[in-house]
Ligand binder design. Structure first.
Ligand code: ATP
Ligand code: MG
Length: 762
């Protein structure tokens, strides 16, 4: 079995390029192996080569190998490389993310965990709908106990491998008066009834499968002679428990990771897993790789210097034989708009120098930062892709907010009105919407207009009638306010008064926090346009842009999404206190939070092969108001000998703050508040606000619309006419007031209804 294909020097060709330690890691086939090493040293490469080696030496057949990667992209790359070694005849290893492997196991043995093989995997929306139903059935106020909060709680339990029976009482106590675990149990029961699982179940249920069925566990243990795990530092508890069951103590297990790149603590990842490896797998071989093959010398020095500020780390050295290359740059810019402009210019310059757009990435801390870049790239005609999420204007919360604004600007925009009429939940049902639609269709008026008429009658039940009356009153108020305040202030007002912002605030999940940031960014960005109309027009144009479907593109993604990837040129914008390190991380987790942010910065820097370019803006505008921002403390931690500091004219024109500010002395920052530049900034913002033309909708436009839209008037009926109403049955008309009829119904009594909802009888 153990034949070895040989290269020119006796070693098989796939081993040829490896250094000694890498080769050791690839060839150590007896007992557990941990490769614990910094960024860009070839950990992932070791894993792929090891798979090739296992197959080539006959240690394992492809289907006896289980390889876990962190992203689908990494899985794809590995699969391609393995296919090159093996051809298609021998079958393929199980190779994918934890989740995709979990699905595979569950499909094989679904009946053992109470599912049928064709079970469905719920997406977040379905999951929330289900939780809402449960909360409703339990008579729990979903404002006080939002479904999303329950979802996030259950998810955190699942991440820790806890089923309902094992949820600690004190944690269950925190939700709905101690009913957390009971609701979790109900939710699981409902899932089973639907023959469905959610994302967390893919791991939790497969863990349960292995725990409760020794024969199944034994068969998987026999099958997976070799297990390989990438990015081991980011495994959470349930993944860890699952692995420990599958990997026999003496087994052929190889995990690779870097404690300095553990960035998913907020999702339950536990860096201790990697630090505990030698205890969990006695006799494990721990291999350290120190030679970085990815980045230039200066980049590596800067990344190492930065991460050295963390205390909770093992500490390791990294070196490279590559030339020093370009120093990472830190550029101070005036504001985020200038930041996008400067980055756009730099990309075009790199492009001219021959760098492919595919080798360029922009890595942001928070997704709201993406918008400014997207807009700039659209203006420049620079192809880009957003990885790991929709483009800014396609995000659900942005679409909702835009729907409110479109509805304010154009009451007859039915699509917009329909999107938000029950968002946040006001207690309007499908039946109400159907009535509005029906009336609109019959009389050829828009939904808002139909609503306005129907709430004057008893066509709708009292409760929805009142809710709709309040909603319309809100819109009337906002249209009026539009004449007095700027359109970005208006947007803020609408989002607050409609309860939309509160809806997200109530959820208190990291996801909701990101959405709130996006909404802020939306309001902020509106200030760049003279009025609401031109802003909305801009958005529809931007949404319409379909970039070329093929060809190279710049990647825009979050730092979290960039793990394991590499690019020639990496742009790192928004290195400012509060944004990066992120204030929420600091508030919630103190020093641990700060260290996780610093690791994220380390991940960002080490993605770069040739150039790393950091930016910080002196001003970010939040809700139409300029706020000064201080450069991130991480900038002060970069080794100055390896870093180049610069400043655009925009940033320095207003009493800019020169390189000396990076000496880390907070006092140096304080003086900035007093410079004329800061006052000028305030003046400028006020000026922009005043100059912004007011939104010019108003009643005039409304009436005009009405005249055009009204297709057929409500039918006219004489007093005494016999009519029939679908809901109230037969009756006699008492009087008519325009489209409205007062009718004495034979059974339902006197009601005010719309003429178009009755037909003449007999
Ligand atoms: P990260 O920590 O970011 O996940 P990593 O340790 O997994 O990084 P790899 O992505 O495997 O590192 O390798 C980084 C780069 O170095 C890749 O481009 C890889 O092809 C290259 N590389 C790795 N080992 C060698 C080698 N022995 N000779 C030449 N290039 C190598
Ligand atoms: Mg890697």
């Amino acid at each position: 079995r153990a034949h070895r294909p040989s290269g020119p020097h006796g070693a098989p060709p796939y081993l040829a390029g490896l250094n000694d330690e890498q080769r050791l890691a690839v060839e150590a086939l007896d007992g557990p192996v941990l490769v614990l090493a910094g960024a860009g040293v070839g950990k992932t490469r070791v894993l792929t080569t090891r798979i090739a080696h296992l197959i080539a030496t006959g240690r394992a057949r492809p289907h006896e190998i289980l390889a876990v990667t962190f992203t689908n992209k990494a899985a794809r790359e590995m699969r391609e490389r393995v296919a090159m070694f093996t051809g298609s005849t021998q079958g393929m290893p199980w190779l994918g993310t934890f989740h995709s492997i979990g699905v595979k196991m569950l499909r094989m043995h679904s009946e053992l965990v109470g599912l049928r093989p064709n079970f469905t995997i719920l997406d977040t929306d379905d999951q929330l709908r289900l939780m809402k139903q449960i909360l409703q059935a339990e008579n729990l106020d979903d404002k006080r106990w939002p479904a999303r909060a329950l979802a996030s709680l259950i998810d955190s339990w699942k991440n820790r491998g806890l089923d309902p029976r094992h949820v600690p009482a004190n944690e269950s106590a925190g939700f709905a008066g101690g009913r957390g675990a009971a609701l979790y149990e109900m939710y699981q029961t409902r899932l089973k009834a639907l023959n469905a699982v959610d994302f967390g179940d893919l791991l939790l249920e497969s863990l349960r499968l292995l725990r409760e069925h020794g024969d199944i566990l034994a068969s998987f243990q026999r099958r997976f002679r070799c297990i390989l795990v990438d990015e081991y530092q980011d495994t959470n508890v349930v993944q860890y428990l699952w692995l420990r069951l599958l990997a026999r103590a003496d087994g052929n297990l190889c995990c690779v990771g870097d404690d300095d790149q553990s960035i998913y603590g907020w999702r339950g990842a536990d860096v201790d897993n990697i630090l505990r490896f030698e205890r969990d797998f006695p006799g494990a071989k721990v291999i350290r790789l120190e030679r970085n093959y990815r980045s230039g010398g200066h980049i590596l020095a800067v990344a190492s210097g930065l991460i050295a500020h963390n205390q909770g780390r093992l500490g390791k050295t990294l070196f490279t034989d590559a030339p020093m290359g370009a120093r990472p740059t830190v550029t101070g810019v005036w504001d985020s708009q200038e930041e996008a402009r400067v980055v756009g210019d730099a990309i075009e310059q790199a492009q001219r120098a021959g760098v492919s757009l595919d080798d360029i990435a922009i890595l942001v801390r928070a997704s709201f930062q993406m918008r400014e870049f997207e807009e700039r790239f659209i203006a420049l005609g620079l192809p880009y892709r957003v990885i790991g999420g929709p483009r800014f204007y396609e995000r659900a919360e942005i679409r909702d907010a835009l729907a409110y604004l479109r509805s304010v600007a154009e009451p007859d925009d039915d699509l917009a009105f329909e999107r938000i009429y029950n968002q946040p939940k006001r207690g309007l049902g499908e039946a109400t919407l159907a009535t509005l639609h029906e009336y609109g269709r019959r009389t050829g008026v828009s939904l808002t207009r139909a609503t306005r008429m129907l709430i004057e009658t008893e066509e709708l039940k009292a409760r929805p009638r009142q809710i709709l009356r309040d909603l319309l009153a809100g819109f009337d108020r906002w249209r009026k306010r539009a004449e007095q305040i700027t359109h970005d202030e208006l947007a803020q007002l609408v989002l607050e008064e409609s309860g939309y912002i509160d809806m997200w605030k109530a959820e208190r999940t990291p996801d909701a926090a990101g959405r709130l940031d996006n909404l802020k960014e939306l309001v902020r960005s509106m200030g760049e346009f003279p009025d609401l109309g031109s802003f909305l027009e801009h958005v529809s144009l931007v949404m319409d842009v379909e970039g070329p479907s093929e060809g190279p593109r710049v990647s825009i993604m979050t730092l979290h999404g960039a793990k394991g990837l590499e690019f020639d040129v990496v742009f790192l914008p928004g290195w400012e206190e509060g944004l990066f390190p992120n204030q929420r991380s600091l508030d919630d987790n103190g020093r641990a939070g700060l260290e996780e942010e610093r690791r994220l910065a380390y991940v960002g820097l080490t993605r770069a092969r040739n150039e790393a370019k950091i930016y910080h803006a002196a001003n970010r505008r939040v809700r139409g108001l300029w706020q000064t921002s201080l450069p991130s403390r991480f900038i002060g931690e970069l080794p100055p000998d390896h870093t180049e500091f610069e400043e655009t004219e925009g940033a320095s024109a207003f009493g800019g703050y020169g390189v000396s500010r990076f000496d880390g002395a907070p006092a140096g920052f304080a003086s900035r508040y007093d410079t004329p530049g800061w006052r000028r900034a305030e003046e400028r913002s006020r000026h922009t606000a005043e100059q912004g033309a007011r939104f010019g909708g108003g009643p005039g436009r409304v009436l005009e619309g009405q005249a055009q839209r009204r297709a057929s008037p409500d039918a006219a009926f004489e007093a005494g006419a016999r009519v029939f109403h679908l809901k109230f049955g037969p009756g006699s008309v008492v009087s008519a007031d325009g489209p409205k009829l007062t009718v004495d119904f034979d059974r339902a009594g006197r009601k005010l209804v719309m003429g178009s909802f009755v037909t003449a009888e007999g």
